[in-house]
Write a protein that binds this ligand. Structure first.
Ligand code: GLU
Length: 467
């Protein structure tokens, strides 16, 4: 088999969104699976809508997802000479011609055709007029009047298009800028693309592109059109379904592994496996296992995947990822080792890094803030005795670890005071964290360390006394 070369050609008119990222991922995986190449091309001929910021956003999104490209980025605006050369070729071969029909004329004819019940397509008026270049002239492709164009789609199977239904497509607009359907072919031909894997919103463009390949005598790549992504309500995924930009998921505290896993399952399956390492994805990926029906984006599932990857991570690897979230909250900075230990207590309990950062507050701030309801219920004067007894024992403890703490706590609360463990555990939790929900009590005591624990117990005791 020849070397597989795939491509991802986003238009830099917005950030990298879920749909685009899935297309990039499928192309990347297909290339990696076949030991081929993955090309990045920026389709920036729509100068008015393209921005450098979007281009940077696309790079950031791809880098974050780990979709490294082997060639490019190419920019279409830097390739205009190449397009000119190919346009001239098509003109010389009689496959393209200049047309000076004005937008108003075209509009009037379109309306007339519709009124007469005909399909409103360009009527070929300028085909044989032998016009040359000039102001307000476009270049059109001379589409065959008859015959059938077949798209042998790798995902959808063969699709047949009646050539008579296709318009004489504009290849170059009157402002001299070539159009998408033309440049995409020239780029794919000159970059030796072997497989075009893209969203099925492009199916109807494909016969037009195939005809251009044929006019140029260029070999066709293989095409695979991936069904679209829907929201939970079965409408096409859009902003109104929530965040659609890849970087928004980073900002919400998703790990790239989770997003990659969630994206790949939007259309592709390998039995009923849900969680894949990157190596497994590369090994298993094939176009045969892409379904024919649209897939539904499911945030719950993405959260579940993210919780899985957070839980499976080595705590210290999460620390640098977590830092921006902690900084955003203005928590005082603490040594990485300490933050890592705090991560360890929380990583089985959260779905996102945001949630983790929220849950970590009491580990980082100097003084916890009591949740008023929790303080009212648990930091009551009746708890004074227990705290009075716990404080000196903790104070004199030489090895302040989970095991010794648990033993001492049990000894005082259960054996000496004859109380149930929970009766005192919850007030201690409020004293240390400010609230009633946290990781295991002795785990957090172990991480907070002697000094902080004693300081907080003493402060809670003062609070009880002031009630
Ligand atoms: N720039 C086009 C898009 O973003 C590329 C389509 C293609 O893959 O040919 O939809």
């Amino acid at each position: 088999m020849e070397t597989v070369i795939t491509r991802f050609p986003p238009s830099p008119t917005g950030s990298l969104h879920i749909g685009g990222a899935r297309t990039a991922l499928f192309n990347w995986l297909f290339a990696r699976h076949h030991g081929g190449k993955f090309v990045l091309r920026i389709e920036d001929t729509d100068v008015a809508r393209s921005t450098e910021e979007s281009t940077r956003g696309i790079f950031d999104g791809m880098e974050w997802l780990g979709l490294e490209w082997d060639e490019g980025p190419y920019y279409q605006t830097q390739r205009l000479d190449i397009y000119k050369e190919y346009l001239q070729k098509l003109l010389d071969m009689g496959h393209a011609y200049y047309c000076d029909c004005s937008p108003d004329e075209l509009d009037a004819r379109r309306k007339e055709a519709m009124a007469e019940g005909r399909k409103p397509k360009y009527d070929g008026r300028c085909r044989d007029r032998g016009l040359g270049p000039g102001p307000n002239r476009v270049i059109r492709f001379r589409c065959p009047d008859s015959g059938t164009t077949v798209l042998n789609d790798l995902i959808k199977g063969p699709i047949f298009f009646d050539n008579a239904e296709l318009d004489d497509l504009v290849l170059q607009r009157s402002d001299g800028i070539p159009t998408y359907n033309f440049v995409v072919v020239i780029d794919d031909v000159t970059m030796n693309i072997t497989h075009v894997i893209r969203g099925d919103d492009h199916v109807n463009n494909t016969p037009r592109q195939i005809l251009i390949y044929q006019a140029l005598g260029a070999p066709l790549p293989q095409f695979g059109h991936v069904p679209m992504i829907l929201g939970q309500d079965k409408a096409k995924l859009s902003k109104r379904h929530g965040a659609t930009s890849v970087m928004a998921y980073k900002a919400m505290g998703f790990l790239p592994e989770a997003l990659v896993n969630g994206l790949v399952r939007l259309g592709w399956a390998h039995g009923d496996q849900e969680i894949f390492s990157r190596e497994e994805l590369i090994q298993y990926f094939s176009l045969e296992n892409i379904g024919k029906s649209p897939s539904v984006f499911n945030l719950e599932k993405l959260l579940w995947l993210n919780a899985h990857y957070i839980k499976e991570s080595e705590p210290h690897t999460l620390v640098p990822l977590l830092k921006p979230f902690l900084e955003k909250r203005g928590y005082p900075a603490k040594p990485d080792g300490y933050v890592g230990e705090a991560v360890r207590t929380l990583q089985t309990r959260v779905h996102t890094l945001e949630e983790m950062a929220d849950g970590m507050k009491f580990f980082l701030v100097d003084d916890v803030e009591y949740d008023p309801a929790a303080a009212k219920k648990f930091l009551t004067p009746t708890m004074q005795e227990a705290f009075d007894r716990l404080i000196p024992v903790f104070e004199s403890m030489e090895v302040f670890n989970e095991e010794n703490l648990e033993k001492a706590f049990h000894q005082i609360v259960v054996t000496e005071m004859g109380l149930k463990l929970g009766k005192v555990a919850q007030p201690v939790r409020v004293a240390l964290t400010g609230g009633t929900v946290s990781p295991g009590l002795f785990e957090i005591i172990g991480v907070l360390g002697k000094e902080t624990v004693l300081k907080r117990l003493k402060r809670a005791l003062e609070h009880m006394k002031s009630q």
